[in-house]
Design a protein around this ligand. Structure first.
Ligand code: NDP
Length: 284
């Protein structure tokens, strides 16, 4: 008999609307794991205590979401290679008693991308330069993308990400100013929205983009998980592009986190189905 469950979880603020707990626990149940995922509301001033608590309780690891992705680093024992380049951690893993910070956002994105196109040698247009764009830019570059054009509203943030990609990855990166409706160069293979445009509740917001420059040869990915069928996804689909919604990234970063913590290859279909069920209930 063993009544001691393994514990994982999430530290964020706010966290009540984050469905990750339901997605991860669906995978734990499906694979018969006696594991728990505890969604914790943690204020910035309590983050150090929370990490010390997780250590003391021998948690196998935890996710970190806003606003802790950078601040958590000072409480950890080390960083994985891409988390060190990105400068942010969304997944902490206990390895040999040490708390190691990883970034699974970009890895999850690349995993969902690879189901449709291998980024190696490809030209990418990346909208956004915040946390999600940093993770996606770095991992897509490390996966071999040839060229990444960073398109961002604030030039300052866009240039910082462009410089990071140029200095720390093999990809050729350039910053492109976002003035008016952006025209996607015809030789682009992959288009990524990594801004927060059209996240619930602002669901009809549209990316300033000339839709006539979207062509069927392009793969168009959106990071927005709620709603998954954003305006960009619908517009790109109507123009014959291959589309990838934000649930793919969310599910795959969860699959990678569960692999880090438990060693199990979780079934992404079970996790996606649980998320879709939740989003449908919420939309009713
Ligand atoms: P940040 O706040 O760090 O960055 C937001 C980005 O969006 C910035 O580049 C910002 O530009 C841009 N932006 C916001 N509003 C506008 C606008 N009206 N016009 C032009 N640009 C705009 O957020 P994150 O990077 O952390 O998150 C971005 C999105 O990614 C969120 O919606 C989040 O839900 C999603 N996400 C999805 C994940 C998944 O697994 N599917 C994982 C992580 C994030 P500027 O610099 O000019 O302000």
């Amino acid at each position: 008999m063993n009544f001691l469950s393994e514990i994982t979880g999430s530290f964020a603020q706010p966290c009540a609307e984050n469905p990750t707990v339901a997605m991860v626990e669906a995978a734990y149940r499906h694979h018969g794991l006696d594991w728990r995922y505890v969604n914790c509301e943690i204020a910035p001033q309590d983050l150090g205590d929370a990490v010390r608590g997780a250590r003391a309780m021998r948690w196998a690891g935890f996710n970190c979401s806003l606003p802790h992705k950078v601040a958590v680093i000072e409480f950890l024992d080390g960083l994985g290679a891409s988390a060190a380049i990105i400068g942010a951690v969304n997944c902490v893993v206990r390895r040999n008693g040490k708390m190691i910070g990883e970034n699974t956002d970009g890895k999850g994105f690349v995993q969902s991308l690879c189901a449709y196109v291998d980024p190696a040698g490809k030209s990418v247009v990346l909208f956004g330069a915040g946390g999600a764009a940093r993770a996606i830019g770095v991992e897509t570059a490390l996966a071999g993308a040839k060229r990444i054009s960073v398109v961002n509203r604030s030039p300052q943030r866009g240039k910082v990400l462009t410089q990071l990609l140029s200095e720390k990855t093999p990809a050729a990166a350039q910053f492109v100013s976002w003035d008016g409706d952006f025209r996607i160069p015809a030789d682009t293979d992959i288009v990524v929205n990594a801004t927060s445009i059209s996240l619930f509740p602002d669901i009809e917001a549209r990316l300033p983009l000339n839709l006539d420059t979207l062509t069927p040869r392009m793969v168009v990915a959106d990071v927005i998980p709620n709603p998954p069928r954003t305006r960009l996804i619908r517009d790109a689909e109507a123009r014959g592009c291959t589309v990838i919604d934000g649930l793919g990234m969310l599910v795959n970063q969860g699959v990678i986190g569960i692999k880090y913590w438990t060693g199990i290859d979780a079934d992404p279909r079970v996790m996606r189905a649980r998320l879709e069920e939740i989003l449908q209930d919420a939309a009713r």
